[in-house]
Each structure stands twice: as C-alpha cells, then as structure tokens.
Design a protein around this ligand. Structure first.
Ligand code: ASP
Length: 584
C-alpha cells in the first residue's frame, strides 16, 4: 500500500496514529536541529518533520530531497508546536520514521506555487507541471463538478447521452472544417464535427426524444483571442417541444448550476429580443450586470450647426453615473479608446452635469446651456453624471458604444466577476447578408426555423433581412454561453430555406441529402441548443480565458507547444494517403 491517507486529510483527531503519505516535495526547510518538508498531493499539503537528534541519518536523507521529488513517508501524527492556520492540516505534522524516495525530479522550470514565476509560454510547454498548481487544478475540479451536475440534471429529465461520430462528412456551411484524409479511400476526406447538429436531429427522427452529449467540436477558424480549435459543447436536442419548453428546461439547468456551484438563487431569466438588445446595448450578448443603457438623442441634437451630428444616422450615448469629475486626462483616454482601430469611432462627445447644476461639454460652441439641458433630460442624466456620446451609421455606432459601455463599466468596477446576470436573447434574424459574397447566410444554421408569422416573407427576397428566427441565445455576463433554435422539420420548408441560402436542388441533396431523406420518414417537431462548456466554466469562475479550463489547450496560433503539434508527417504516411505536399 503506497499510502494510508492523503496530504489534505489529517487533523488533530488523528493524533498518535501511524500513517503513510505519498506525494511531491513542495519545499524543505533546514533549521539545523530540525528539517521540515512540505509534502503535496492533489488534496493538500502536510508538513513532515525530521529530528536530527532522534535520527540523524534520516534527517540527512530529508535534507537531500529536491523540489518535486516523489516520496513516501511513514510516521506518527503529532501536534505542531507552531501551527499554520492557513492550511487545513496546519495543526499537525508527521514525525517521520521512514522515508522512501519513489522518484527523483529535475528542478522544475518554474515554481509550482499559486503565483508562479513562469511565463505563459513556459507554463504551456510544461503544462503537466502547470497542472500541479492549485489554481489550475481547481479549474479542472470545477469543470468536473459542472459536468457531473449537467449529466445528472439532464439524465434525471430523461435525456440520453448518446455519442455521435467524430469522422463525418464535410459540409461547407458555417466555419471551416478540419479534414482527415481517408487512407482506404484515397482522395477522400472525413471532416471533424463542428457540432453534432445533423446527427442529433437524426436522433430525433429515430425517436430518442431527448438527447445530450458533452462533446468535442472542431472549427478551423482564424484564432481570435480566446478561441480554441477544439472545444467542448453540452449539446442537447428535444422532440415535441416549442420554444417555451426549451427555454424552461435549459434555464432550469443554468439555475441549477448557479445554485449548486455558487449558492445563488434566480427566478425566471430575463428575455430580450435581438432587436432590443442591439438598440439598448449595441450587442446580442449584453452584459446586464450593470445598466448604462443606450440613450438615443438623434432628434434633439440636430439643427444646432454641428455638422457631425447633423449628418449622422444615429446619435447615441450612455450616462456614467457620478463621473462628472472625470479629468481631461481620463476623458482623453476614453476618446483614445473609442478611436482605437478595434473600436473604430471617429471621436467622442462628452457632456458633464456638474454638481452645481451647470453643464460643460466638448461641443459648447454649438450647444448653449438650454440645448445641453435638453440632451441631459433626454438621456436621464442628473447632477454629477457624465454623458458620453457617439454618432454615425446606426449599427456601427451601436457596436462602438457597446465597447465604450463595457470599458466604462469595467473602470467603474461594475463588472463584478462574482455577480451573475443571465438572460435569453430571442428572435434573432434568420438570415444575415454578406457583402463580400453578396448573398444571405443562415445566422444560426440552415436548419433553424423562421418564426411562423414571418414564414411568408421567404417568398419575397426584398424582405429576407426582416425574417425573424425561432432562435435563442443564453447570455451570461456579456458572454454567449449557449444558443439554439427550433428546427425545420418540414421538408418543403427546408428546401425553401436551402434555396434562400443559394443551394440548388443538387447541391442541397449532395450536402444534406441524408438528413432530407430522413425527414421523409416522419420527423417529429424538434428543437435544441448547445452550451459552450469551456466558456461556461470560465464565466462561472469569473475568469477571462477558456484556456485555463482545458487540461491541454492550444496556444493562439493553434499549436500545442508541449507535444509540438501540428507537425509534418513522414513521407511514407503521405504516400500511403496519396497526398503530395506542394513545395512553395
Ligand atoms: N449546433 C449549434 C451550434 O453549434 C447549436 C444548436 O443549434 O443546437 O451552435
């Protein structure tokens, strides 16, 4: 037996017991007469004590232990003379009688402490050592707890966890596929699933009724910050349900997680239409941990000779409460912020409502006190507040103001990671126009049903942009954590949708024929959604990065710097696959 207990377990109640522990040497302290070693495993740290007087040889042996050596120690649990209240085992120590080195270790390239001295790259290269650190391990523990809660919640409600294939047919819609060459079928390729979308719909045709899967998905996208080429979804589908059933079921799931993991209670989640979300917050994933809603002032600012406002489709601002005291420097910094290429605004107008009731703005030349007062009233600003205003084409300006709102919210500490603001965004547009290719794309995916009352608009290409979908996203603290839709289960409507998306009968049959065939054998009405599991973990932790919740993530260039993938493969492998690499 390697151990009788773990390093996080022993307390005063165990005094006098003879136990064996095993783990890694966190650090050792040589105090002359005594040597102390902190022994660590996943469960905690226990202090080992070696006494020069009682056993000099053993003490010498302990002094030679290096950091991260793997050892086994047997001894008696005794009360510590100087206790450590910071750790649960801090009242006791082990008076060691027997020490075995199970494995020596090289000195790790960075310290295995909560605050490590290792930079990102180094820690990624030695990820297995990084995982020894508490904060990283705790992230994986949270991930595990969440996965178990999800499984139990869904299983209790009759969902079956069913695995779907990883090697599937490539489809062009959506993101780019990762492809896998087939050796047995030269010149042919599988794709790795971007999601199990079509399979879960087939499972509904099969009568499985309720399906879920915690499943790896792959998307070969240019990696924006905090995207991973492989990521995990909680993927779900249900039959004989309408939108209300789906929203109830899955807000129930998130409520359950918030209760179990955070001890928080929530009533029904707020719902907001996509149009309202864009108008009020400039985003389809608004952060509702704070207000600062958009205030449109287009009509009151026009006609004062300020051509920038006069010529803008939209003039819209936010009120930063109690910020009238912002200095020139702070305002300049905010102007610089909105002018950054990532935000892209031409500039920013401010109006201060001073505490004494006077108003001061960056456009005093054009607006007298009365005009400024009118704007302040329209925006609902009061004494002590600061108004920040942007202008330009409507959608673009809203997106820019969204960035400013989040920045100001951040600066004012309104985006508290321990606060949770879940909501549904509903009624997404069905179709999205793409300037580059001059065609409509499905905003969610081509299987999403239009709202029945908007279905007739499919006959009128001029109105396609107005069609609303029976699609919904769950948003948590400004993150889209999940999304899904009511599916089209009618073959005629699905064909109409494919035509709208520019497919011919042949190309639709070639890509989606098996699903369309299946729909001729009795497809039930069905709907579903998928949560981004990595993201859900990071938002629950109040962390920014999903990388920290994946045991072995890729870096921003899609590389695993630890194993060195992707990498070239041997010529024999290429030959076998009949693949020739073009030399540039
Ligand atoms: N398959 C969709 C996605 O990955 C989710 C869904 O519609 O269920 O976004």
């Amino acid at each position: 037996m390697y151990r009788t207990n773990t390093c996080g377990e022993l307390r005063l109640a165990n005094l006098g017991q003879t136990v064996t522990l095993a783990g890694w040497v966190q650090r050792s302290r040589d105090l002359g007469g005594m040597t102390f070693v902190d022994l660590r495993d996943r469960y905690g740290i226990t202090q080992l004590a070696f006494n020069m007087e009682t056993d000099a040889a053993l003490c010498e042996q302990a002094r030679r232990l290096g950091r991260e050596y793997v050892i086994q120690a047997t001894g008696k649990v005794i009360e510590r003379s100087s206790k450590n209240s910071k750790i649960p085992t801090g009242d006791i120590e082990l008076e060691v009688a027997e020490l075995t080195v199970l494995n020596e270790a090289k000195t790790p390239p960075f310290t295995i402490e909560d605050q490590s001295d290792g930079g990102d790259d180094l820690r990624m290269r030695y990820r297995y050592l990084d995982l020894r650190r508490n904060p990283v391990r705790q992230n994986l523990e949270l991930r595990h707890r969440m996965a178990m809660l999800v499984r139990n919640y869904l299983s209790d409600r009759d969902f079956l966890e069913i695995e779907t294939p990883m090697l599937i047919k490539s489809t062009p819609e959506g993101a780019r596929d990762f492809v896998v060459p087939s050796r047995m079928n030269p010149g042919e390729f599988y794709a790795l699933p971007q999601s199990p979308q079509q399979y879960k719909q087939l499972l509904m045709v099969s009568g499985m009724d309720r399906y879920f899967q915690i499943v790896r998905c792959f998307r070969d996208e240019d990696l924006r910050a905090d995207r991973q080429p492989e990521f995990t979804q909680i993927d779900c589908e249900m039959s004989f349900v309408d939108q209300e059933d789906v929203l109830q079921m899955f807000e129930g799931l998130i409520r359950h997680l918030l209760h179990e993991l955070k001890g928080l209670e929530f009533g029904p989640f707020q719902r907001i239409t996509w149009h309202d979300a864009m108008r009020r917050f400039g985003s389809d994933k608004p952060d509702l941990r704070f207000g600062m809603e958009f205030q449109e002032v287009t009509d009151v600012v026009k006609g004062h000779g300020f051509s920038l406002f006069d010529n803008s489709e939209l003039v819209v601002g936010i009120v930063a409460e109690g910020c009238a005291e912002y200095t020139r420097k702070q305002l300049d910094a905010l102007t610089d912020f909105v002018k950054r290429p990532q935000v892209g605004a031409g500039g920013m107008v401010y109006i201060k409502c001073n505490a004494d009731g006077t108003l001061k703005s960056s456009v005093d030349k054009f607006y007298d006190a009365e005009a400024l007062k009118q704007i302040a009233d329209k925006m609902g600003a009061k004494a002590g507040d600061l108004m920040l205003i942007l202008c330009g084409p409507a959608m673009k300006t809203r997106t820019q103001l969204c960035a400013l709102r989040l920045e100001v919210g951040q600066q004012l500490g309104l985006r508290d990671p321990q606060k949770f603001a879940p909501l549904w965004v509903v009624d997404f547009p069905l179709l999205e126009w793409d300037e580059e290719t001059q065609r409509f794309y499905a905003m969610h995916h081509p299987f999403t049903a239009p709202k029945p009352e908007d279905e007739a608009l499919l006959a009128d290409p001029g109105r396609w942009g107005d069609i609303r979908a029976n699609a919904y996203d769950m948003v948590l603290n400004g993150n889209e954590v999940g999304g899904g839709s009511i599916r089209i289960h009618d073959r005629t409507l699905q064909n109409q949708m494919f035509h709208t998306l520019g497919f011919t009968d042949e190309s639709a049959a070639e890509q989606f024929g098996f699903l369309m065939d299946a729909f001729t054998y009795g497809a039930p009405p069905h709907a579903g959604l998928a949560f981004g599991f990595d993201r859900l973990c990071s938002v629950f932790s109040g962390a920014d990065s999903i990388r920290d919740f994946i045991a072995f993530p890729k870096n921003n260039s899609g590389r695993d710097v630890m194993s060195g993938s992707p990498s070239p493969i041997a010529q024999e492998q290429l030959d076998e696959l009949q693949i020739a690499i073009k030399k540039s």
